[in-house]
Design a protein around this ligand. Sequence first.
Ligand SMILES: O=P(O)(O)O[C@H]1[C@H](O)[C@@H](OP(=O)(O)O)[C@H](OP(=O)(O)O)[C@@H](OP(=O)(O)O)[C@H]1O
Ligand SMILES: Nc1ncnc2c1ncn2[C@@H]1O[C@H](COP(=O)(O)OP(=O)(O)O)[C@@H](O)[C@H]1O
Length: 427
Amino acid sequence: MSMGDMNHSYPNVSGVPVWSANGKADSTKHAADFLSHCENAHENVPQLVVKCNTSPCRIELESIRVSGISVGSHPDEDSICSDSGFGGSPASLLLRKLSNASSSGLSPASSFEEYEDDRGFPDEVPRGVTWKKPGSTGTLPPLSVPPKKPQPWVQVVGHAGSFHAGDYGMLLKRYTEGEQQCLQRLMEDSLRPFVPGYHGVVQRAEQDYNMMDDLLTHFNSPAIMDCKIGTRTYLEEELTKARERPQPRQDMYEKMVDVDPEAPTTEEQALQAVLKTRYMQWRETLSSTTTLGFRIEGIKKADGVCNTNFKRTKSREAVKQALQDYVDCNALIVKGYLRRLKELRLVLETSDFFRTHEVVGSSLLFVHDSTGKTGVWMIDFGKTVPLPPPLTLDHRTPWEEGNREDGYLWGLDNLIDILTDILPYQT
Ligand SMILES: O=P(O)(O)O[C@H]1[C@H](O)[C@@H](OP(=O)(O)O)[C@H](OP(=O)(O)O)[C@@H](OP(=O)(O)O)[C@H]1O
Ligand SMILES: Nc1ncnc2c1ncn2[C@@H]1O[C@H](COP(=O)(O)OP(=O)(O)O)[C@@H](O)[C@H]1O
């Protein structure tokens, strides 16, 4: 399907039926699956209404409680490395600009590889949710499936205020077109099991969001680590722009002197500002990005303790120590991560998407919990850009300006090496 064909289609929200603006179901299979769950009627249940008599299609939660979970209110900004709390459901999601009309292009629950996925579609929709068919006045019987146990969402690092934890295992991230394009393409790529399932664009309070799977949903009190992969954290095009139209940044100067007051040059000190690319390069060499091709951005342990103070974690030994601490000397966890990372590497080496994109600033999100469950996913495609054909990357060749290489696979090789190194020390 071409991008142009995707206009006026609507996202599949966890496999619930999707309806086009003309009121026809876009995915008969999902609709049939959904209807087969609609058995026992319950009274006084929240109303989840799909309204499609006008375009764009709107989904509204018309009650404020779903099985004890508050769905009406929501904190607007989730602080980094803190639980979002629940009640994060948008009271009204305006579904538009849909990603992909075909159900095949939408997310399966298959991004969870390490363990049995008991979620499936459409079990995410809580008991008692009632659907109105577009254009009809009646309501479908409510679902008989029990609601999923609410898990607070936690953001480890990244931009504050960019995310909203939604219900039904969904996460909303502030919309950028570039990231949307990547997530859409990834849903069609062999990398699909290694990225959060993507469900299209929703609007909330006039802000667009990319809606994706919350990767923490299946874990209990998870430990989470965000590792930024690659030897370069800015795009080649950012370098070009910085040369053509330099825009010194005061905020980045301040972040720099906070870590090392000696870091700015005399000129930068006079200006009290630094270029973004200069700041990014400084961060790369201060940490392990340049020398190992990845760096730890943040870790949240199962006990809730969060550490984002890894800016100077550079040597192989220091990184190893931090990883060892993260896995709490648990060999089972290390083995789970290693298995997943090796699978990912194999898939990356043959992925069409990966070969044809410069992948910069993207992270691997590691998650495990006390049951021994582990998972690793690629996240953050805000600075992943398609290459001009016929250019392709091997992601291991060292970067030289113009070759667009990002060192992603070289970084992954090193990460796998270091994790393998710590295995004998685990119990
Ligand atoms: O981690 P610190 O040292 O705070 O620096 C941040 C990260 O590099 C961000 O990357 P990421 O999003 O991968 O975490 C980057 O966002 P971009 O990805 O937009 O480049 C920020 O740029 P600004 O958003 O321009 O401030 C930059 O200030
Ligand atoms: N799909 C997801 N599921 C669970 N947590 C996520 C997901 N995507 C991002 N996060 C959390 O948000 C943080 C920042 O994500 P990221 O996409 O890198 O944001 P930014 O573009 O602002 O840097 C991650 O470190 C992780 O804690």
